[in-house]
Design a protein around this ligand. Sequence first.
Ligand SMILES: [Ca+2]
Length: 204
Amino acid sequence: MKILTLVGLFVLLTTSPVTNCIPGQFKTQPIPHYFPVPVSGSNLGFGPNFGFLALAVIIFFILLGSSSPKCPSGYTLYSTECIRFCYKVHSQVCKSWSDARADCKAQGADLLEPDECSFPIFQGLTFQNGAKCADFWLGAFRQPPSNNYTTVRGRMISDIFPFWGPGQPSRGNQECTEIANELQFRMNDDVCTELAGYFCQKFI
Ligand SMILES: [Ca+2]
């Protein structure tokens, strides 16, 4: 739609009537001159139109550059001063962490990476409306024997990460991270083969 508007603007501006291009002697439609005006007697008729053509081109590229990318179908934009991405909540079919990640990847996304910028998305989160999964996998895990949790993009998550739930991470045989309903949607580590919903994240 924006492209059609721009094309219309382009056509309108570049086909506007040509007047005598002598300053102070406009007869029908005074048009400001942004380029030198042909001298009297040699009016070639391109002075004002050429100016508007250049202006239309400039406006076109300004609007083109300011157009924002859109999220894929089914995804919602999350945009703050801190971070910008698209996400999709899967709450109807509960999967293991590996299967959940595979599904996100099949959509050209990955499990949502927990960090200080993205975690506020879970504030006030409620899944009372038909969600079949209580907890939701996140894009962070550890690979034993390492005790360190890292995100799917390789960022370390320390034990003092402020969004861990009380007493977490508890480790043991728990190697994958989730948003835990019973922890008021704070982060928990859990057994990766447990079934949970998941958040897919796609950066744009
Ligand atoms: Ca735990």
